[in-house]
Design a protein around this ligand. Structure first.
Ligand code: BEZ
Length: 396
């Protein structure tokens, strides 16, 4: 049997008016002391596992250094291991957005997985901060007011290496990478810079992600005898390539160059095989600024690990969110003000201070680095204040 509560019209109007009144007060959405719900969607297994850990550590360090709160609110973490698997990306992002109802989705490392996140956050309007994946479209054709990146586009760190090599008289280059979005875009960036400066690509080589079967390709490189080889690899795959390069007898015979992901975070794993490798990136271990020194000390003390570029990008994602939340005093319903504050934030980063482009990607210096012992030592600036062209972005 269905029992109906008698409908009292006057009581209903009184209650509705009271609810509407409270709801319109600023800060109603978090007035009950609700915690900010942070979704971390990163790889914690597979070839990029260490990158996911470093980003998480950096992000949490920035929040702790700023009092452990966001705009005065406590926070709560929801974590998903995305396994760097693009096939699971939209399901994983939906778990955080729909099931866990996160206020902000922070992730990820792999460009293919990032495309799944972008789809979900464009549909749901969830605030998204990308602390690594370089997929150009995220701040290009698919840019959006709620999508921010604290890292780079795949084009950005590779493009300047083209001119660096051409200026040294290097004319014939072979490229080698994993066949997926990040690899292809990184090679395109290098090719654009190199061919503009007069160089030519004699062969483009690929292997499927995350394969590390380098041997046949290294044999072919030895027979081509190019002036140099430019690569995009990162994490476990990068460490394996550097070791195989030495084992194949190519070290010291053919120059091996890349974007700095090749040598970041893996120097302990490769012994002396990486010594002398030059790369271009928006960070270097020995940047001589008080900010970088403090960051490195604090990170090492907290995690008993040396930080790398991934830790810096995670840290900057934390700083960006702190800046935005401070501006709206924790009230995330003020989306316009929140996004405007994040867009205009000047991030005091260990890499050097940077600002956001209109497409929400860092405008930053790209350093030339050289492996010396266990350090990616900065030996010059390959490009000052480089902004991604953000091709196709209709925002701003
Ligand atoms: C990417 O897939 O976008 C990526 C992965 C590792 C390092 C840099 C970029």
């Amino acid at each position: 049997m269905i029992t109906k509560t008698p409908f009292d019209r006057r009581e209903f109007i009184k209650t509705a008016a009271a609810v509407a009144g409270v709801a319109s007060l600023p800060g109603f959405a978090f007035a009950q002391g609700a915690k900010v719900r942070i979704g971390l969607m990163l790889p914690y297994t597979g070839t990029f596992a260490q990158l996911g850990v470093a980003i998480t550590n950096g992000f949490k360090l920035a929040i702790e250094e700023n009092g452990g709160k966001l705009g005065g609110r406590e926070l709560e973490y929801f974590t998903v291991d995305d396994e760097s698997d693009p096939g699971k990306a939209t399901d994983n992002a939906n778990k955080l957005v729909t099931r866990d109802k996160v206020d902000v989705l922070v992730g990820t490392v792999h460009s293919g997985v990032e495309m799944g996140i972008v789809k979900v956050v464009r549909e749901s309007g969830t605030l998204h901060i990308n602390p690594n994946a370089g997929a150009g479209a995220a701040t290009g054709a698919l840019c959006a007011p709620n999508i921010f990146r604290t890292s780079f586009t795949n084009w950005q760190p590779s493009y300047p290496m083209g001119k660096v090599l051409a200026d040294r008289g290097i004319k014939k280059v072979v490229t080698l990478t994993w066949k997926y979005g990040a690899g292809e875009e990184a090679i395109e960036g290098f090719k654009e810079g190199f061919t503009k400066a007069g160089g030519s690509i004699v062969k483009e080589m690929y292997l499927p992600f995350p394969s590390v079967e380098f041997q046949p390709l290294l044999t072919e490189i030895a027979s081509i005898k190019p002036d140099a080889v430019f690569v995009f690899f990162a994490g476990g795959g990068a460490a394996k390539l550097i070791k195989d390069w030495q084992a194949a007898g190519l070290k010291g015979k053919i120059g091996l160059y890349g974007s700095g992901f090749l040598t970041d975070g893996i120097l302990d794993a490769v012994g002396d095989a990486a010594e002398g490798i030059e790369t271009t990136l928006h960070y270097g271990d020995g940047i001589e600024t008080p900010k970088n020194k403090t960051f490195r000390l604090h990170y090492a003390k907290t995690y008993k690990l040396q930080p790398d570029v991934y830790a810096v990008q995670g840290y900057d994602a934390g700083l960006l969110l702190v800046a935005g939340m401070k501006a709206v005093k924790g009230d995330m319903s003020k989306k316009k003000e929140l996004y405007a504050a994040m867009e205009s934030a000047k991030i005091d980063s260990p890499r050097g201070a940077w600002t956001m482009s209109k497409a929400h990607n860092p405008i930053q210096d790209i350093y030339l680095r050289k492996v010396v012992g266990k350090e990616n030592k900065v030996i010059g600036v390959a490009h000052k204040a480089l902004a991604d062209p953000a091709r196709g972005c209709k925002m701003g």
